[in-house]
Design a protein around this ligand. Structure first.
Ligand code: 1PR
Length: 523
């Protein structure tokens, strides 16, 4: 029996699923007494340090946790569950941590994108039971803006390089904690978790310990989901966002099945977009929650869900906030939510008023679940203009002239799945969403979607240069060299594709094999 400390923020469902998939049962802590009686505790933390400590205090869990940790019984902290062990964090000045490991938690100050999101390696500094049967060169999934700085070097279990090196794992006696998420790190992560859960394994030093590590470029499989005319939830795929062929919605498979296939084929992340979310309400659209619940039982890489994340009033007049909608998704197994149409409206309001309301979906979800949990999905369309000063939007000079020979263009934001163009451009949208607290940009491109012509490099460069958060390049992948092109001609951290994976034209494994040795990837 594993005791799981859930303080109520973020996706603990995936940790529970991962532990259960290894044949263990999970008991969730509901009082301090549960902690004191536990034999093995797993503490998966997600969200913000201050919020976490406040909740732990309010629930009377801080003293029992300190007592448990002092008794040197087995403990595995994950992400914020690692940071909680320290004295304090720059994320919440004035708020005390558990103070079990002397040291502080610091924010990354780097030229590189923050949060540090994705698959990176670990340099193993000492033997541990959790490394049993690992090779040492595996990559694990990270998502964080803060890192721990222990005063005592003997506590350091692993380090990872991102700009400078940082401590990505600690161990002192039976207290182990990792900055990365084993429950989201595929087979390697499950192995590590199994090693922690099993009694009796011995400290182990893998054969290949890395001296330095590198963050991999991510390959993301995207599933556009909607009901077809028969009412079945299907994965569909548009051609420049038109998902109908001869009048019927294209049906490319079942969401849970396809997600499972992509996990097995090596996808680094999976994204579900409920593409009719702008007109449906996700909490009435229970199949989407069910898709997430079922997928997260067998798929142990990060899951993002988008579509319909906004404030909503149902037919009985009950109001739901975007935060409530997102919370339901997180409880069902999502790691990140992606906001599309609502982000455009939020930015328009903010630019008009010049004041952050603090109540927008982006701000509220980021405050509770952390910036890394908020992706903004942009659906831009290229608009050609005759000269750079023809519009008040940022204009780029393009190598692909327009129908009338125009050498300039801007990227117009759209809402409602491309149905409505707005007087706002993609560069300003991305920059403003970062300012409001978004942690990542999913950059689609209506002109390229489903065309197999390759990614729109000019669009990706324009947006990437304007933000310091990671950017997912999306739309247009048709061949393996399109992935190489996007990773060598732009600084995008990941590339997303749909059609070529669904139709098995170019499997994920083929993309990775092609990229191997040319760009850093997770194999
Ligand atoms: O506006 O918050 O409700 O979110 C709706 C979400 O659904 C948005 O993220 C929006 O991008 C998406 N969406 C809406 N309509 C469509 C459509 O296709 N008719 N899909 C749609 C967008 C774009 C990509 C696609 C890539 C890769 N899909 O995610 O997967 O273009 O495709 P490819 O590799 O085949 O070229 P809200």
């Amino acid at each position: 029996m594993i005791t799981l400390l859930d303080y109520g923020a973020g996706n603990v469902r995936s940790v529970i699923n991962a532990i259960e998939s290894l044949g263990e049962t999970v008991k969730i802590v509901s009082s301090g007494a549960d902690i004191l009686a536990a034999e093995k505790i797993v503490f998966p933390g997600v969200g913000a340090f201050g919020n976490m400590m406040q909740i732990l205090h309010r629930k009377g869990l801080v003293e029992p946790l300190k007592a448990y940790l002092s008794s040197n019984r087995p403990f595995l902290g994950i992400c914020l569950g690692l940071q909680a062990l320290f004295d304090k964090s720059e994320e919440a000045p004035g708020c005390e941590g558990l103070g079990i490991i002397p040291g502080v938690v610091k924010r990354f100050t780097l030229e590189l994108a923050v949060p540090h999101i994705g698959w990176n390696g670990i340099s193993i500094r000492k033997p541990s039971k959790i490394f049993d049967q690992l090779e040492g060169s595996e990559k694990f999934y990270f998502v964080h803006s803060y890192y721990v700085a222990p005063l005592d070097a003997s506590a350091v279990l692993t380090t990872t390089d991102y700009g400078d090196g940082f401590v990505s794992g600690i161990q002192r006696g039976n207290i182990i904690a990792t900055q990365f998420h084993p429950e989201k790190s595929g087979r390697a992560g499950l192995r590590l978790l199994k090693n922690f859960l099993e009694a009796g394994s011995h400290p182990f030093l893998p054969a290949r310990t890395l001296n330095s590590t590198r963050l991999a470029k991510r390959i993301i499989a995207c599933l556009d989901v909607r009901s077809n005319d028969q009412g079945d939830l299907v994965v569909t795929k548009g051609d420049r966002y038109d998902v109908r062929e001869e009048g019927a919605v294209r049906n490319l498979g079942r969401p849970v099945e396809l997600a499972g296939r992509y996990y097995e084929e090596g996808a680094d992340e999976i994204t579900f977009l409920n593409i009719t979310g702008f007109r449906d309400f996700p909490l009435e659209d229970m199949p989407m929650l069910e898709v997430l619940k079922q997928t997260s039982r067998t798929v142990f890489v990060p899951l993002t869900i988008g579509g319909g994340i906004r404030n909503y009033t149902d037919k009985n007049g009950r109001q739901y906030s975007a935060l409530e909608v997102a919370s339901e998704y997180f409880r069902s197994g999502a790691d990140k939510v992606s906001i599309g149409s609502d982000a455009v409206l939020i930015v328009e309001d903010y630019l008009k008023s010049g004041v952050k309301s603090g109540r927008s979906a982006i701000e509220e979800i980021a405050r509770v679940y952390g910036n890394q949990a908020v992706v903004v999905s942009i659906d831009p369309r290229r608009v050609y203009v005759p000269s750079p000063d023809a519009v008040r939007h940022p204009v780029i000079e393009t190598r692909r002239p327009g129908p009338d020979g125009e050498r300039y263009c801007w990227y117009q934001c759209t809402i409602k799945g491309g149905r409505e163009g707005r007087d706002l451009d993609a560069v300003t949208l991305a920059r403003t969403c970062e300012d409001l607290g978004a942690g990542e940009i999913l950059l689609n491109c209506i002109d390229r979607d489903g065309t197999r012509l390759g990614f729109d490099i000019e669009l990706i460069n324009a947006v990437k240069k304007a933000v310091s958060i990671p950017v997912i390049a999306s739309s247009g992948a048709g061949r393996t060299d399109h992935f190489l092109e996007v990773f060598t001609k732009t600084a995008a951290e990941s590339a997303l594709a749909a059609g070529i994976f669904h139709r098995r034209e170019v499997p994920i494994a083929t993309v990775k094999k092609f990229l191997q040795g040319k760009v850093e990837i997770r194999l």
